[in-house]
Design a protein around this ligand. Structure first.
Ligand code: MLC
Ligand code: AMP
Length: 507
């Protein structure tokens, strides 16, 4: 392969680093780390991974708390040409077993509190190398890495080489590994830096988790590719966010972050003195929230639209009008079309399936060539499963989903996965899982359950059975017991009827 194709995400970041003694991030406990820390610590971890026998292309799975060291780990993995596989910290052992079996990583990094259980679990699925990394940076990973050299030459990866493997569940209940290349990430982040006007003077308030595209690639990427800095919060705590806003120029969040800020009587315009941009995404931002936020702060939140498979696709403009209820225009280099069932183009203003093509679009699902082929059109557009329309000025609105999916507080839940688990309960005949509107999370997961004759089961029993098996955010917050589920003539459960019936009854 010619050197023209050479591209490494870390090297692309590195070429935008300012003087290495510049502060890169400041934590909520007031500890600062410089760009030199990022450069040296990621080199040490990369050297350690190689010392442990890991090679280019090997997956490194990480189920770790958010910490500066977790960020160094991500940078080290892509720097060494390995594949970063982030895992939600809420995943249970059972969920983890699937991910480890499927991704077959060469190393798992986890919190030392879980290392006993995970040691056995990972060995049982053939993952022999385990390191620990705790929220305070302690654990075996940094202990060993600190003994390694602070010099490391980034791997000469190519644009098409994998940088990350990020899982999302699917409509069949089986999670899919989304393969993201160095090219996908570099291209998309570079466009965002330019489109949103990032530069080295920016300080981004980072309260998002770092196991998803939004917090990991978009937020961190924009900073590292512009030489700016991060106000690094452990998680979204509304008071800490209000205290951190006065030091920040940009905030990125899911809509819940903005509704939680608005719910605080103390949240005010003075805290936003330095802020030049609020960005929202991962779930629909209600027009009411947009309007209320502008009334309270004078800021019009910039809403954008993306997916794990594609990174960011569309955005409201930085300088032009940001329109409530829309996700703006296709980003430069990203082709977006709205199609009917036959993939044909539609008349202006019609609602149809949104499809995307561009250098940001992933290369396929890990070990699932059939599913990959199914989700692309013959001319190379990715079928997102989102329903959209475009207004006369070209603003796109996401108006629904053809995929059965709930987005709760920015986290996706696929009903099928939860239904399968509920249906496994001895007392349950069948169930339907739906999303219901919620003022805080946007949508919450709810379950409508039919019991077998004479069986008894409480909401709490269903919840605790599920909590043992899946991450908390997938556990239904409302559960309704019914005699039977409404079905259409074809025997399909009518989820719309359930959503209408239970929409106002969610607890
Ligand atoms: C936590 N819980 C949730 C939840 N988060 N339940 C539903 N939906 C969620 N998102 C659970 C908790 O475990 C707890 O369960 C109970 O709900 C109440 O928790 P909480 O204290 O209110 O939640 P909190 O810890 O404050 O977290 C809420 C949140 C967080 C919104 C701050 O979920 C968050 O940061 N979400 C962002 C997710 C994200 O980064 N999405 C980007 C995906 S990338 P119990 O049982 O203990 O009471 C993507 C692409 C793109 O979509 O376009 O960006
Ligand atoms: P994920 O699988 O976590 O990457 O989630 C991607 C999905 O989030 C998209 O397919 C959309 O359904 C949804 N999404 C992301 N941003 C927005 C937005 N601004 N408005 C509406 N839905 C969004």
């Amino acid at each position: 392969m010619s050197s023209e194709n050479q591209l490494n995400l870390y090297s692309s970041f590195r070429s935008h680093f300012p003087e290495l003694d510049t502060v890169l991030l400041t934590t909520d406990t007031g500890i600062s780390y410089t760009y030199e820390d990022a450069e040296h610590c990621s080199a040490q971890i990369a050297n350690y991974l190689i010392e442990m026998g890991l090679k280019r292309g090997d997956r490194v799975s990480a189920q770790v708390s958010k910490s500066p060291q977790a960020l160094w780990l991500y940078l080290a993995v892509v720097r060494a040409g390995m594949v970063f596989h982030p895992l939600n910290t809420a995943y249970t052992d059972e969920e983890l077993r699937f991910f480890l079996q499927d991704a077959a990583p060469a190393m798992l990094v986890c919190d030392s509190g879980r290392s006993g259980t995970l040691q056995m679990l990972s060995q049982s699925v053939g993952v022999t190398c385990l390191s620990t990394l705790d929220a305070d940076g302690g654990g075996t990973l940094m202990q060993h890495a600190q003994l390694c050299s602070v010099r490391f030459e980034s791997a000469a990866t190519n644009a098409a080489d994998l940088a990350a493997l990020v899982y999302s569940s699917g409509t069949t209940g089986r999670p899919k590994g989304i393969m993201l290349s160095h090219g996908n990430l570099v291209e998309n982040i570079a466009v965002l830096v330019d489109y949103w006007g990032f530069d080295k003077g920016d300080c981004l308030l980072h309260a998002l988790p770092i196991f998803h595209v939004h917090g990991l690639f978009v937020a961190i990427g924009c900073v590292l590719m512009s030489g700016g800095s991060l106000r690094w919060l452990q998680s979204f705590d509304v008071n800490t966010v209000m205290h951190s806003l006065p030091y920040s120029t940009v905030m990125m969040g899911v809509p819940t972050y903005y509704t939680r800020l608005l719910a605080e009587p103390d949240f005010n315009v003075r805290q936003c003195d330095l802020i030049r941009l609020f960005v929202s995404g991962s779930a629909p931002l209600l027009a009411d929230t947009f309007v209320e936020f502008e009334q309270r702060t004078g800021h019009r939140i910039l809403e954008r639209y993306g997916m794990t498979e594609t990174g960011m696709n569309t955005s409201n403009p930085l300088l032009g009008e940001r329109r409530a209820g829309t996700v703006g225009f296709p980003l430069p280099g990203v082709e977006v079309r709205i199609c009917g069932a036959d993939n044909g183009g539609l008349d202006a203003k019609s609602v149809g399936g949104l499809q995307v093509r561009g250098p940001n679009v992933f290369s396929g699902y890990w070990n699932m060539p059939g599913k990959t082929a199914e989700d692309f059109t013959p001319d190379g557009f990715f079928i997102t499963g989102d329903q959209a329309h475009m207004d006369a000025e070209g603003y796109i609105s996401i108006v629904g989903r053809s995929k059965d999916m709930v987005i709760s507080g920015g986290l996706n839940v696929y009903p099928k996965e939860v239904e399968l688990l509920i249906n496994e309960l001895f007392e349950v005949k069948e169930s339907a899982v739906i999303g219901l509107p919620d003022a805080d999370f946007g949508e919450i997961v709810a379950a409508v359950v039919v019991l077998v004759d004479d069986a008894t089961l409480s909401e709490e029993q269903v919840r605790s059975a599920l909590k043992a098996r899946v991450a908390n955010f997938k556990v239904p917050k409302s559960i309704f017991f019914v005699e039977e589920l409404p079905r259409n003539a074809m025997g399909k459960v009518q989820k719309d009827t359930l959503r209408k019936e239970y929409g106002s009854k969610a607890s």
